[in-house]
Design a protein. Sequence first.
Length: 278
Amino acid sequence: MAKSASIRVGIGGWDYEPWRETFYPETVSAKRQLEYASRQLTSIEINGTYYRTQSPATYAKWAAETPDDFVFSMKALRYTTNRKVLAEAGESVEKFLGSGIAEMGAKLGPIVWQLAPTKRFDPVDLEAFFKLLPAKQEGVALRHVLDARHESFMCTEYLALARKHKVATVFTDSDDYPSFADVTGPLVYARLMRTQSDVPTGYAKKDLKAWAAHAVTWAEGGTPAKLPRVEAGDPAAKTREVFLYFISGAKERAPGAAKQLLADLGWTPQEAAKPKLK
């Protein structure tokens, strides 16, 4: 896979009961699901971190169960961003970042700060929040992504502010949330939410090939055509790291979609760890 180091594809979480039928072999126990999933995919977005604080031991365990080149992204604790005034989130941000995420080391990918759907774009408040996000935590580099869920963020002023602070913006392939593919940071983060239950690969195979092409274009520093945007093009870049996750929609089909997209990109699943999963 030509872009194996710069394009990562995955799903949200790894413990979902319907995946026992659509993804995990019978030989894989519930305790070994992460071990298996991390060898079929190249990244996973951790959603549990959005709902509750995890321990350093848990982060270390997750890192230990995955291959050396695997990368997690994670959603920040909801209490950091589900508030009227983001500028007042300093204590919550420090608590989340200091909860042990540095235990993941090089396997720590982007951190997604998800805003409430009612939170409107307020440039003063948002810039104050961006200033709360550090570049490192205990020596581990941090990359930040904003998941803006109100249409007021679809403006040039927001794009300029996010680019100023090098914060990436979630592109959401969905009719339920603002959907704009403008690149605002050094990486691209896409959440693909249109999987269908009657399609084994979630998306039609021709659509997955189109997403593979978009991913390569992004990774090579380009601007994919035919995606919704605020501005005509993106800032020049030689390369970008790209993260694509199949989230929501017909969730039972997310692993199938991710595996097919990875196959379209030329990536081959890794063998399971030894001893045999059981």
